[in-house]
Write a protein that binds this ligand. Structure first.
Ligand SMILES: Cc1cc2nc3c(=O)[nH]c(=O)nc-3n(C[C@H](O)[C@H](O)[C@H](O)COP(=O)(O)OP(=O)(O)OC[C@H]3O[C@@H](n4cnc5c(N)ncnc54)[C@H](O)[C@@H]3O)c2cc1C
Length: 464
């Protein structure tokens, strides 16, 4: 084996000799993959087909000890490092070019404690896998609305879900994490241990280390009342205005999202997606005005197993498509946002693109803005343009359309983003996600990661 060309944390070229690489491989209980090894290409694949990065080394970790070895190795050789959980981050930060990727695809253990109502999960677990195990006990914790998403990246940035208004974000249900920090130390962070680190990882967690275990609180959940109420695009302005009124007066048990999308038959539509988590009779009563509004072309709302609700959007977001997203949070859906969305929907460049308004209230908004690193608790809507297409020849057209619609939205939305929706959009946009907690996060980054070892994320730069 010859020397291996690698990229340093600052982006310079250097080489690792064969013995050094072999010695590292021997220190892992899992495996070390290089270009040409079986599984290498599968391991570096991401949800977003726009990203095609090739790490020099992939440490397919089997446990926390492997993660410690990987972090120490990266430090010792000043390697660029990335961390891959479920690979759904649309910015593609999970896979680095030329550095060392820490791969969690083999760390999937899940242990539910039904008596204490807690679950412990490793960072390679996907939403569907966690839901399956917790629902075996009739329990759940909030981990997203598309079940193929990784729990790791999702939780560390916040974790929106159908349970957000009833039980808060994923981070609001996190009891503790085990985390390997940049000095190679494995720590437990919780409300009573490493409290400052525990604060930071709940909303800005991608920046502070490598989480090797998540412990969540569980709640009895399901069945739920949910589905889609679909109207033709010609009714979209009226439907979205109705949605705005309806969504401000929902109890914690009810959350409703709205989206413009294209049906498999090619027809663009506007859909309301409610999910009621509580007594089905009460849910039927509360959803009646929403289902009676206008003249829907379809209404699939029905009692559903919770895991089925968690998968209703899965087919719309298969892995491997080309994706470009723009998003911002807002406290109010302005007429201008609604009107621009409908105008641009009339010239959608791809049938796979979705314009989404994800609404959050209740338990999510009762957590203080500085209680966790997730700051924007007062902003009720996440407005997201999820552009997806398949032919690389269409890339410029789709990106151009997305940027134009976002430019029309921008004056009417807050200068605030949800960190997990961001693409590779620069420092200002990343900062807008951390809002008023940014200065405290910089101080903690400087304390825990002074050399910015963990920079493949929406980066918070240390001040040293
Ligand atoms: C189809 C789709 C649907 C989505 N739906 C939702 C939703 O309903 N609610 C919501 O809140 N978000 C949603 N998201 C956004 C989602 O939260 C982010 O994509 C999130 O990053 C996914 O986590 P992952 O582990 O799959 O990501 P990855 O791409 O593997 O990682 C993303 C980031 O997390 C870091 N990271 C991963 N694992 C670790 C770890 N163990 N320790 C430290 N850092 C780590 C990576 O370094 C990277 O910076 C969705 C995304 C997609 C593509």
């Amino acid at each position: 084996m010859t020397a291996l060309r690698v990229i340093t944390s600052e982006g310079a070229d250097t080489f690792l000799d064969a013995a050094t690489v072999q010695d590292f491989a021997a220190r892992l209980r899992g495996s070390l993959l290089r270009h040409g090894d079986g599984g290498y290409d599968e391991a570096r694949k991401l949800f977003n087909g726009m990203i095609d990065h090739r790490p020099a080394l992939i440490a397919r970790c089997a446990g926390a000890a492997d993660v410690i070895a990987a972090v120490q190795f990266a430090r010792q050789h000043d390697l660029l490092v990335s961390i891959k959980g479920g690979g759904h981050g649309v910015a593609g930060k999970a896979v680095c070019d030329g550095g060392l990727m820490i791969d969690f695809s083999r760390m999937k253990s899940i242990r539910v404690d039904p008596t204490e109502r807690t679950v412990r999960a490793e960072p390679g677990v996907l939403g569907a896998e966690l839901d399956r195990e917790t629902q075996a006990f009739g329990l759940a914790t909030p981990v997203g609305t598309v079940s193929t998403t990784g729990i790791a990246g999702l939780t560390l940035g916040g974790g929106q879900s159908w349970l957000a208004s009833k039980y808060g974000f994923a981070i609001d249900n996190l009891r503790s994490v085990d985390i390997v920090t940049a000095d190679g130390t494995l720590r437990t962070a919780s409300a009573t241990q490493q409290e400052d680190l525990f604060w930071a990882i709940r909303g800005a967690g991608h920046n502070f280390g490598v989480v090797t275990s998540f412990e969540y609180r569980l709640h009895p959940v399901g069945p739920v009342l949910g589905g889609l109420v679909i109207h033709p695009l010609s009714q979209a302005v009226e439907v979205l205005r109705f949605y705005r009124e309806f969504s401000v007066s929902q109890p914690d048990e009810l959350q409703t999202w709205a989206g413009i999308l294209t049906l498999p038959d090619g027809n663009p539509v506007v859909a309301l997606a409610p999910c009621y988590v509580g007594s089905l009779e009460e849910g039927e009563r509360l959803l009646s005005p929403l289902r009676r509004f206008g003249t829907p072309i379809a209404d699939t709302v029905a009692p559903l197993p919770y895991v089925a609700m968690q998968q209703i959007f899965d087919a719309a977001f298969p892995p491997g498509r080309l994706n470009y997203w723009k998003s911002a949070l807002t406290s109010h859906l302005a007429d201008e946002v609604i009107e621009a969305s409908v105008e641009y929907a009339r010239k959608l460049p791809s049938p796979f693109t979705v314009i989404l308004f994800a609404e959050l209230h209740g338990a999510y908004s009762r957590v203080g803005k500085t209680e966790t690193a997730y700051f924007h608790r007062d902003l009720q809507y996440d407005a997201i343009i999820l552009s997806g297409w398949t032919d690389p020849a269409d890339t410029q057209r789709n990106i151009g359309w997305t940027r134009e619609l976002f430019a029309a939205w921008e004056p009417h939305l807050a200068r605030a983003a949800y960190v997990n929706d961001l693409g590779d959009e620069g420092e200002d946009r990343a900062r807008s996600a951390y809002g008023g907690n940014y200065a405290r996060l910089v101080a903690l980054k400087t304390k825990y990661d002074p050399t910015n070892l963990f920079r493949m994320n929406q980066n918070i730069r240390p001040t040293v």
